[in-house]
Design a protein around this ligand. Structure first.
Ligand code: SF4
Length: 471
């Protein structure tokens, strides 16, 4: 009955060498396995997980499953999880814990856990011991093996298979995109940076890039199907191509994607340490590369940055932002910030606020530090009291909101190009979309339809969005 294969985290983290590359193939016998059955995917976490869920959906539809609406009408229920924060894990464990009774009532439904949590030894052991309602666990490197693993599980065998295949890159996987006009396109997997607080190098493996031609082919196909915007994804996109021996690989890729003629190109996420001047110049010279950048800084204090192993100082970061502002007209920045890293003093937190004042970010993902088991920071004394962390987060959020509002106010009266995403969530009589600088606009649409790029006059600014009317 049991087939338990657990990852060896230490050897995963050290692994080097070329990835094994292949093209997705599916055995004929699995193509009808889903006939008459439905699936439902719950996705947690970042864009990489959203993109993985689109691949999972593509594979399941290739197996003839249909998309369901929830637990009740679905036969295969998948939790694609995030391990970046402890709270996110607790949330998932709570949710699957609540399903014990439901599973007893519906023993034929199959519950699946995948994503970053499935790469953690401690979590997998916990699932094996205490969550019998989970029938299948598979790792982040094994999406292409989903058909065989699911077939085995459907035949009655509980399957826990997260053995490492992190060197693998499988191309031409099926994809069921959640949006028609915007696409996430993976360009690289994993990360080599080993920031001391981060679990990603352990859950997603070492840095490895997709081949240039496959990325371009994916963008080209998406454009031909009517797509208008791609976001190139990687934990650190600026390192693209290093493992392929490419010089200035990310800039070359960016230029190649630009040449496809797709309307809008964004990329996520960038590491300040790996920026090259050629990338900045490509952003300046190519109008379809959007002038909006997510550049994670994490802290404004040099000692904390060193303890985080970020590889730059706050002045390095300021210089980079200045350089970009001077070269790329109208460029905007968002960032990530952590408060309460081990040992962070009030004065060090003030340095973070000073950096926010200097950079005037459009927005920031702000987090309270929480230790992740197995990372170097987890062995540092987590000595900032919870109440202090909470207060710092509140002060930081207020500071970020202040600049976001100020930046938004500068847009009032301007006419900006907005890619329409569809009806606004708050008011379905209006449309919503994003400007080139990635600001959310809710607007009176007139004849504008989803997927159009419209000229919109900005009429009012809020903290994190704009109001407008289509011309
Ligand atoms: S660069 Fe990002 S993904 Fe990589 S270790 Fe640092 S925080 Fe984690």
């Amino acid at each position: 009955m049991k087939d338990y294969r657990l990852p060896d985290r230490k050897s995963e983290a050290k692994r080097t060498g070329d990835p094994v590359r292949s093209v997705f193939t599916a055995a004929e016998d699995i193509k009808q396995l889903g006939t008459g059955r439905k699936y439902f995917i719950r996705t947690y976490g970042c864009q990489a997980n959203v993109r993985d869920s689109e691949t999972i959906a593509g594979i399941l539809e290739m197996m003839n499953f249909e998309c369901g609406t929830g637990y009740e009408d679905s036969d295969v229920i998948i939790f694609n999880t995030c391990a970046v924060r402890h709270a996110a894990e607790e949330h998932v464990l709570g949710e699957i814990g609540n399903l014990k009774h439901f599973k007893t009532e519906h023993p034929d439904k199959i519950f699946v856990l995948c994503g970053c949590m499935s790469q953690e030894e401690g979590i997998v052991s916990q699932i094996i011991r205490s969550y019998p309602q989970i029938d299948l666990v598979f790792g982040t490197h094994d999406l292409a093996r989903l058909p065989e693993l699911l077939k085995k599980t459907m035949s009655g065998s509980r399957t826990i298979d997260v053995s490492s295949h992190q060197g693998n890159i499988v191309e031409q996987m099926p994809v069921e995109r959640s949006r028609k006009y915007k696409a996430f396109v993976n360009i690289a997997y994993g990360c080599d940076k080993f920031c001391t607080y981060c679990i990603v190098p352990y859950t997603r493996g070492r840095e490895r890039s997709r081949l240039y031609e496959y990325v371009i082919e994916e963008v080209q196909k998406f454009k031909e199907s009517g797509g208008r915007e791609v976001t190139l994804l990687g934990q650190n996109v600026n390192a693209y191509g290093k493992d392929l021996g490419m010089e200035d690989g990310f800039t070359k890729l960016l230029e190649g994607v630009s040449e496809t003629g797709i309307d809008r190109i964004r990329f996520y996420s960038s590491h300040p340490r790996d920026y090259s001047i050629t990338t900045i110049d490509a952003m300046r010279d190519r109008p379809n590369i959007m002038p909006a950048l997510h550049l994670a800084v994490q802290s404004g204090n040099d000692e904390i940055l060193k303890k985080m192993n970020r590889g730059y100082t706050s002045d390095d970061f300021r210089r980079l932002v200045d350089e970009m502002k001077s070269r790329v007209k109208g460029i905007t920045f968002t960032t990530d910030l952590i408060v309460g890293f081990p040992g962070e003093t009030d004065a060090q937190f003030e340095d973070t606020l000073a950096l926010v004042d200097y950079c005037r970010f459009d927005n920031a993902y702000t987090f309270v530090y929480s230790p992740r088991e197995g990372t170097p920071a987890a062995s540092m004394e987590d000595n900032v009291p919870a109440e202090v962390k909470k207060q710092r987060l509140q002060v930081l959020n207020e500071r970020v909101a202040k600049y976001s509002k100020m930046n938004n106010e500068e847009c009032v009266g301007k006419v900006l190009k907005v890619l329409c995403d569809g009806p606004s969530k708050r008011n379905p009589d209006r449309m919503c979309g994003y400007t080139e600088s990635n600001r959310l606009v809710n607007f009176d649409a007139g004849n504008v339809r989803e997927g159009d790029i419209a000229d919109v006059r900005i009429t009012a600014a809020k903290s994190f969005s704009l109001d407008g009317e289509a011309l």
